[in-house]
Design a protein around this ligand. Structure first.
Ligand code: G6P
Length: 595
């Protein structure tokens, strides 16, 4: 994972780099580092810890110069140590690199360089880049040619920013995101747009196997500030400058204490926005679904849960079977893929490596592909034949909240449109939207005391049937991700097939109840209650079996949209009650760009 930034301009680089890298902290936060160039030498500060902790210790703002790179790390190769933190330097200290991705053949390249007397000081795969570039320059190559040669030798995934002591900056991508920000007299490179959105909304998306030579800003013609090349052919490529419509306010926390709370609250608007789609696009997606011989919905984590939820609606409403597959397991279904197969890839970031791999597999078999995605310009949007944007605005908290309900809304819409009932689908979502404010407000009021009571519990069990089953899975994921409390979601009847053995006095069990599943799921809740479990009912009406009741209005097929909100809020408050870092839970990263 990791977040990377490069800056070249006329302003003091350290201030800008620090601000930019903070915006990318959601991508990983076990170590951080910044290197700037001043008086033909790199000044470098890096250490383990979150950005603010390291900044308090080292003070990045004393770094001089108008050019530099920054990195926030989620470790893959090499432990979390100061030495392994980026940026990494070449042995002669003339090249500095930040990297996001994995160099698969790093051992081979390392041994090759070691034979030439180059000593590696870190345990990272990344160190290959500065060492190889510098070695290649020593063989007489220009910086550009040396970077190019290195890219040809490296196997695996990378987004890199490489700089040398002469102030040349080159960036490259293959399998990890990288976007250029084109300012007036400055240029940025970053893993994600919000990093530099404060400074420019003009961007150039790099594609896989591309590298770009960045120059100082040309006020007259900003397209002259960079040159993009294909790694394989080394030919220059013309790239379009795109204008980003997301605003800076959307990417900032504002008055909210945490992005998670801000993003939960934003669902008051985002669900409605998700279904404001162009009619031609809806028709195109609907036709693709109807004409497909075999439909696969694929996703990871929360996005996968949205796919599971959609499979119920497609079965009930569109009377269509859709296959739901975890993106990481998709290859196992290769034998069933053909030209007429449709693969719908669902993702907030559009950068999840497992998902991109699944889409590449689908494309290799000639399948049609549709993305349901939030981040414009993401790799997924460029891989798929058609993209439907979720329009949720930037989601910064590592946990997916608003993007989940947008995914649910869109998938529900497509189930209805596939049944020839688009307007009914819209009505159902719009009436659910009328209750979102209330559900959030009630949740914020009632779930704080509940979380304070339950935050020392070791386990939570969530049960739901039919449409509420995927909500149980997603609710459990929310609780685990942010509060580190073990939580498991079950189809109501399944708990008794083994896991009920874990129920003892006071163990919380959240029962998610829809109108059509009420009787059966209440029986399951009774079974837990009989073993002295603590029942939290999430339902449109109270019941004597509940020890605690959270009211969520019935919304028919849109039940999952409303039902997940209290679970998001409960997870948030559980984490707060435990004093945890809500926006940056341990071990996680928002976009997982490794397989
Ligand atoms: C990571 C995040 C999860 C997210 C999953 C899929 O694992 O920690 O919260 O659900 O990736 O992300 P995507 O961007 O593809 O929806």
């Amino acid at each position: 994972m990791c977040g990377i930034v490069g800056y070249k301009g006329k302003r003091k680089a350290c201030n800008i780099l620090l601000e930019c890298i903070k915006t990318l902290e959601y991508r990983g936060y076990d170590s951080v580092g910044i290197a700037t160039l001043a008086n033909d030498q790199f000044q470098i500060k890096k250490d383990i810890g979150k950005i603010d902790e390291v900044h308090n210790k080292l003070n990045f703002l004393t770094l001089q110069g108008n050019l530099g790179v920054a990195h926030t790390r989620w470790s893959t190769h090499g432990g979390v140590t100061q030495i392994n933190a980026h940026p990494h330097l070449s042995q002669d200290k003339k090249v500095a690199v930040v990297h996001n991705g994995i160099v698969e053949n790093y051992q081979e390249l390392k041994h090759e360089l070691e034979k030439h007397g180059i000593k590696f000081i870190s345990q990272t795969d990344t160190e290959i880049f500065p060492q190889y570039i510098s070695y290649s320059m020593k063989q007489g190559k220009s910086f550009k040619d040396a970077v190019h040669e290195t890219l040809l030798r490296v196997e695996g995934s990378y987004a890199i920013v490489a700089v040398n002591v002469s102030g040349e900056m080159i960036v490259a991508r293959n399998g990890s995101p990288l976007v250029l920000g084109i300012g007036k007299d400055e240029i940025f490179a970053a893993s994600d747009v919000p990093a530099f959105l404060e400074h420019t909304n003009k961007v150039v998306y790099l594609d896989d196997e591309e590298y770009a030579v960045l120059d100082l800003g040309n006020v007259v013609d900003s397209s002259k500030n960079y040159e993009v090349y294909n790694v394989k052919t080394n030919k220059k490529i013309k790239k379009e400058i795109k204008t980003i419509t997301w605003t800076l306010e959307q990417a900032k926390k504002g008055n909210y204490p945490h992005f998670m709370l801000k993003e939960i609250t934003e669902q008051k608007e985002t669900i409605k926005k998700a279904i404001e789609q162009d009619h031609e696009l809806i028709a195109k997606v609907t036709d693709a679904i109807k004409n497909a011989h075999g439909v696969f919905f694929v996703g990871c984590g929360t996005s996968y849960h949205a796919c599971v939820s959609a499979s119920y609606i497609f079965a009930h409403v569109a009377k269509r079977h859709v296959n739901v597959v975890l993106a990481s397991e998709f290859r196992n279904h290769e034998n069933f893929l053909k030209k007429e197969t449709l693969v719908v890839a669902v993702s907030q970031s559009g950068e999840t490596a497992d998902l991109l791999d699944a889409v590449k597999t689908a494309k290799a078999h000639g399948c049609k592909t549709i993305a349901i995605v939030n981040v414009m310009g993401s790799t997924l949007t460029r891989l798929c034949d058609t993209s439907v944007m979720m329009n949720s605005g930037p989601e910064i908290c590592v946990l997916s909240t608003k993007s989940y309900t947008s995914q649910l809304a869109l998938l529900l819409l497509f189930a209805y449109s596939s049944a020839g009932r688009l307007e009914d689908g819209k009505k159902i979502i719009n009436s659910a939207c009328k209750h979102v404010d209330k559900v959030i407000d009630v949740g914020l009021e009632k779930l704080k005391p509940l979380a304070e009571k339950l935050h020392k519990q070791h386990d939570f069990f969530l049960i739901g049937r039919d449409l509420a089953y995927p909500s149980a899975l997603e609710g459990a994921l929310k609780i685990k991700e942010v509060s580190y409390i073990h939580a498991e979601g079950f189809a109501g009847a399944e708990l008794k097939h083994g896991t009920i053995a874990l129920i003892e006095k006071g163990v919380p069990c959240i029962a998610l109840i829809t109108k059509s599943t009420r009787k059966l799921i209440l029986s399951n809740a009774m079974e837990v209650k009989a073993r002295n479990g603590y029942i939290i009912g999430v339902s449109d009406e109270n019941n004597e079996v509940f020890d605690y009741f959270i009211q969520v209005p019935a919304a028919g097929d849109a039940d999952p949209i409303l039902m997940i909100i209290p679970l998001q809020i409960l997870a948030y408050y559980l984490a707060l009650a435990k004093g945890l870092d809500v926006d940056k839970p341990r071990n996680l990263a928002k976009s997982v760009v490794v397989r």
